[in-house]
Design a protein around this ligand. Structure first.
Ligand SMILES: [Mg+2]
Length: 228
């Protein structure tokens, strides 16, 4: 019985097949659900390393810089997980530069964050099926709450860049909830903003461990999608 339930949960759905009958609200993941994250992330890092070489005059190859970035990221996540701020790109860059013994890392980190975000946003493209789904929700008067494990400012910028602000009613980030998905606290905050009980909403996302397991833990119907 348990095995059967698990297999059903792992089945991926397309946005067009999501049943909205009797649904009063939608909880929707952002990264890798509404757009593909990886190409944007790579574009962001590439611009950062170009900026880095020019401004600091240090000619490390991209591989080496990626390695330092990963070290910074791991150190920040180890210290701050599962608080939402554990995903702060600003903190990753600061930790990276400190790892490289760059003086006044904080001042350089904020420039890198700006370069990263600008380049990331320029590379974003909305998934067509997810956009059609958002329009279907709007037509049916079903409010959508984006629920995301990241920092608030960056996620708002992504929503504005995708130009879906008129199709989304609320945003809940792990930064404001104080804890990441799959913790039920962040789901409860989303339900509170929607003023809806868990039985009347559905959760849609690409991550089994964050989106699906989290929704399951408080009895929210869930759909796993894959836009990659
Ligand atoms: Mg995601």
């Amino acid at each position: 019985m348990h095995k059967k339930t698990r297999a059903m949960d792992l089945t991926k759905t397309s946005f067009g097949k999501i049943d909205l009958e009797n649904v009063k609200g939608v909880l929707l993941d952002l990264d890798n659900t509404l757009y593909k994250h990886e190409p944007c992330h790579q574009a962001g890092l590439k611009s950062c390393w170009n900026h880095f070489r020019k401004s600091l005059n240090i000619n490390y190859p991209a591989d080496k810089l990626n390695e330092f970035y990963q070290k910074g990221r791991v150190a920040v996540q180890k210290r701050l997980f599962p608080q939402g701020i554990c995903r702060s790109r600003l903190l990753y860059f600061q930790a990276m530069l400190e790892e490289m013994s760059v003086p006044k890392a904080f001042a350089k980190a904020i420039n890198l964050e700006t370069v990263y975000i600008d380049s990331f946003l320029k590379s974003m493209e909305i998934d067509t099926n997810s956009l059609m789904f958002l329009k279907r929700c709007k037509k049916l008067n079903i409010p959508v709450c984006i629920i995301s494990n990241l920092t608030t400012q960056f996620q708002i910028k992504k929503i504005m860049t995708l130009n879906i602000q008129d199709l989304v009613s609320f945003l809940v980030t792990s930064e404001e909830a104080g804890i990441e998905k799959p913790d039920k606290t962040i789901f409860e905050l989303s339900l509170y903003k929607l003023s809806l009980p868990h039985e009347e909403v559905v959760m849609i996302g690409d991550s089994i461990s964050h989106d699906i397991e989290g929704a399951k833990s408080i009895g929210i119907k869930h759909y796993l999608v894959d836009i990659t």
